[in-house]
Ligand binder design. Structure first.
Ligand SMILES: Nc1nc2c(c(=O)[nH]1)N[C@H]1C(S)=C(S)[C@@H](COP(=O)(O)OP(=O)(O)OC[C@H]3O[C@@H](n4cnc5c(=O)[nH]c(N)nc54)[C@H](O)[C@@H]3O)O[C@H]1N2
Ligand SMILES: Nc1nc2c(c(=O)[nH]1)N[C@H]1C(S)=C(S)[C@@H](COP(=O)(O)OP(=O)(O)OC[C@H]3O[C@@H](n4cnc5c(=O)[nH]c(N)nc54)[C@H](O)[C@@H]3O)O[C@H]1N2
Ligand code: SF4
Ligand SMILES: [Mo]
Length: 741
């Protein structure tokens, strides 16, 4: 994609600088301000005059600081990134970026950046090598492994990005393997797998803008940020929507909430089953829906008898009457009443019962008769690329079945469970792994387990922009340029209105020896002997893909986001792409795989005993997973507000002689670490809550190194039966005050 002229990159938008001027602080400020100051109020470019001559350009692109990929308009001054403004045309940003979106842009100029390919020596130290050497050594190893063990010994793991997900998948498939996985086993694999079995789709959207009451089960719009979600909720609240937060922690969305239910962690399923019980026993459910659209209702309804509100109160720690009242309020408002779809926090991957919890959320929405109704639960679609010219973009060879399908027969197959990779590595069945945009070692399961697995591998390759904990353990580290320095394939987003969006190169390469992932994969493929599958440029592919959608490449480049397809229509029932073609209260696939087919109670795997706490976690608005802790400006905020502190309930703290601000040791069989505490009434007493961004253990990422606790360090290697999620909160710890010296 080199050689793109200013015509494509240059946006003729006339917006005055309305959104936040990038507030660069700390060490990066000098780099950011190397050009002359541009007033926040100054028009960035006049209509029809791109401002090239004045050294100012604007480019539409999108963020890479989390999977929302919000659209922005970047202003570039004298070749340097000057500021970002949310793109109003982009469905996830709707004109706003979050703090991470601004802060993470500093990665382009960060001193933590990888600048050259690296090879790890026997002593664990890295030396810079040429791309040619990296490709030829990796290519030879891949060919040797295929010759000795077949392509099924290869694997690839990524957190998907617009180009990454195409090129990564195509690369591993071209080599003859379908051992391709997303990060999902540590994010939302239980959720997508559970919804697949109930509704035949991996997710739905809660129609919050039109609902009367919304219940959030472990999802916090004010912490796990997506700007459009937060603004929709704020507007709904202002127009009278009742907002109920179910969370062991009074999270920051509480500022928009009417009610907080401080549930015992891991017991949301009991609450949902008791709501279902009440709706059925009190005859408050939608009979037309269950008669026309559902499979297995009668049997399921009969099975609910023991899930009384009194039983659920005992399990969840909530008030029995509060459960009954909530069920009745939902029924009274239905179909403009919805249990929100969630993302990670409560049931994305945390517990032995997480998949079942997702099924139960779908079932409560079904009883409310709200599927595809205004103010209810909507199954929307995502635009799909059509067939491409097979001569130009050749079909891929057949591959053996993805590893993990036999072990986890109920998992959402697309992202799969990446935990099969360490499991198979330990058995000698997988011998090579590629990581793209993924810090699996620190975030997907216990880091020691990943380390052992990687030690057994014959080849490990990490494609990253900085020296992550995963990169530190790989044989080869390949430096990608940052998202601000590369073009990517169109990004297709679903919702009430589908959209095509685009990431474009904003600035020239900061480090000349870094490359974009399309080039890295095409060149790696050539070295591995399968270059014929990559005989096209990324731009040719992007144009061909957009042609199938009837979208102009030039127009998309200029606007950054364009609506595609028809808008969602209310009241047309979902297609229910389930095996029975119906909404499923009972799942034949579960039965076939030897699991209980009806949606039912499953207890969490472990419960805190004696002095123990359950270790739970969550997002903070200024960080993304572990990766933004390398950004000094964001870590400065962490330091200023001591955001790394663990939360502990005030009563429990008192019992343990712990005061606000004390340093404690948090310990279990896997790990022990010290951290300061925040003593609070805002937490269920059975839990200790930590922000999941900290505990960085790569010395190369200085800003975050050694600060706070790393959640996954405490989590034993485990997999949720059936789907293979990491069960990240089936973990108990003890907490004791560190005596003052
Ligand atoms: N700031 C920020 N925003 C992000 C991201 C990020 O890294 N940082 N990442 C994006 C991604 S990839 C994701 S997956 C989403 C995640 O978005 P969310 O799922 O909203 O994020 P979390 O903060 O993990 O979890 C939300 C809440 O779940 C609560 N919780 C924990 N255990 C339980 C439980 O057992 N039951 C219930 N009911 N609640 C529980 C936590 O206390 C927390 O307040 O955020 C997205 N947006
Ligand atoms: N401890 C812990 N574990 C977690 C989470 C958490 O918050 N804490 N969150 C969970 C959730 S919700 C999710 S979705 C997953 C997320 O899983 P990951 O996406 O693997 O999480 P990150 O830790 O953000 O790691 C992303 C990696 O991509 C690299 N990277 C950033 N930009 C680029 C780029 O442009 N190109 C390339 N090639 N690499 C890049 C970063 O340097 C980092 O090493 O983790 C899950 N596990
Ligand atoms: S939510 Fe924030 S970090 Fe995520 S893509 Fe949007 S602006 Fe970037
Ligand atoms: Mo996630």
């Amino acid at each position: 994609m080199d050689g793109q002229g200013p015509t494509r990159r240059t946006l003729l938008v006339a917006s005055a600088a309305t959104a936040g001027l990038l507030a660069a602080s700390g060490g990066m400020a000098g780099l950011w301000r190397s050009g002359k100051a541009l007033s926040a109020a100054a028009p960035a470019a006049a209509p029809g005059a791109a401002g090239e001559s004045a050294g100012i350009r604007q480019v539409a692109s999108n963020c890479n600081a989390c999977s929302s990929k919000c659209g922005f308009i970047a202003t570039v001054k004298d070749g340097r990134l000057w500021k970002l403004q949310g793109n109003p045309a982009h469905p996830n940003s709707k004109g706003m970026l979050c703090a991470r979106g601004h802060g993470y842009a500093q990665i382009a100029y960060s001193s933590s950046r990888l600048t050259d390919p690296l090879k790890r020596g026997v002593d664990g130290s890295f030396s810079a090598i040429s791309w040619e050497q990296a490709y030829s050594e990796i290519g030879k190893k891949v060919k040797d492994i295929i010759a000795a063990d077949g392509p099924e010994a290869l694997s690839l793991i990524e957190d998907p990005r617009p180009s990454g997900k195409y090129y990564s998948h195509r690369f591993i498939n071209a080599l003859g393997s379908d051992n391709y996985y997303h990060h999902s086993a540590a994010c939302n694999l239980s959720l997508t797998s559970g919804y697949l079995s109930a509704i035949g789709a991996t997710n739905f959207s809660a129609d919050i803008g039109s609902t009367k009451i919304v219940v959030f089960i472990g999802r916090s719009y004010a912490d796990g940020i997506r700007p459009s979600s937060a603004s929709t909720l704020a507007a709904a609240k202002a127009s009278g929507t009742k907002v109920v937060i179910v969370d062991p922690r009074m999270n920051n969305t509480s500022v928009l909430a009417d009610q907080w239910l401080p549930i015992n962690p891991g017991t949301d399923l009991a609450l949902l089953l008791a709501i279902a019980h009440t709706l059925v026993v009190e005859d408050l459910y939608n009979k037309e829906f269950v008669a026309n659209e559902a499979y297995g209702f009668e049997e399921w309804a009969a099975s609910l008898s023991s899930y009384t509100p009194a039983w659920a109160a005992g399990v969840t720690g909530l008030d029995e009457q509060a459960i009954v009242t909530l069920a009745k309020e939902l029924a009274a408002a239905a179909p403009k009443a919805v249990v929100e779809n969630g993302w990670r926090g409560g049931f994305g991957c945390q517990y032995q019962n997480s998949t079942e919890t997702a099924r139960a959320i779908a079932a409560v929405n079904a009883l409310l008769g709200n599927w595809n109704r205004k103010g209810g639960a909507l199954v929307t679609s995502t635009p799909k690329i059509g067939a491409l010219d097979a001569d130009k973009f050749p079909a891929l060879p057949p591959t053996p079945e993805k590893a993990g399908l036999a072990e986890f027969p109920l998992m959402d197959e697309g992202p799969g469970s990446n935990l099969i990779v360490p499991l198979y590595a330990k058995e000698g069945k997988i011998k090579a792994v590629f990581f793209y945009n993924s810090n699996a070692v620190k975030g997907y399961a216990n880091p020691k387990s990943w380390q052992e697995a990687l030690e057994k591998m014959e080849l490990s390759v990490c494609i990253d922009v900085q020296m992550s904990e995963t990169a530190l353990l790989c044989d080869y580290v390949l430096p990608e340029c940052s998202y601000l320095e590369r073009d990517e394939l169109p990004d297709l987003l679903g919702g009430k209105q589908g959209n095509a969006c685009v990431r474009q190169k904003v600035i020239d390469l900061v480090h000349p020896n870094t490359k974009s992932c399309d080039r890295i994969y095409a060149e790696l493929a050539e070295a591995c002997g399968v270059g014929q599958y990559f005989s096209f440029t990324q731009e040719e592919l992007a144009r061909a893909q957009l042609d199938t959608l009837g979208v102009s490449y030039e127009e998309l480049s200029q606007k950054g986001a364009i609506p595609v397809g028809s808008p969602f229509v209310y009241d047309k029932m979902p297609a229910w792409k389930t095996p029975t073609g119906k909404f499923q209260f009972s799942s034949p696939a579960h039965e076939e795989a030897g699991f209980e087919p009806l949606i039912h109670w499953v207890a969490p795997l472990v419960s805190p005993q004696g002095n123990e706490f359950r270790l739970i976690g969550g997002k903070q608005s200024i960080h993304s997973h572990q990766m933004t802790t390398s950004i000094e400006a964001l870590m400065a905020i962490t330091r200023d507000y001591s955001l790394e502190r663990a939360w502990i309930n005030a009563e429990r703290a008192k019992e343990l002689g712990i005061k606000d601000g004390d340093t404690v040791t948090v310990q279990n069989s896997e790990h022990s670490g010290t951290v300061r505490v925040k003593v609070t009434e805002r937490l269920n007493p059975t839990a200790i809550w930590i922000p999941t961004h900290y505990g960085g253990s790569s010395p190369e990422l200085k800003a975050g190194y050694g600060i706070g606790l790393g959640h996954m360090d405490f989590v034993p290697f485990m997999v949720e039966p059936g789907v293979g999620s990491a069960m990240t909160q089936e973990v108990c710890v003890t907490v004791r005050k560190v005596d003052a010296q």
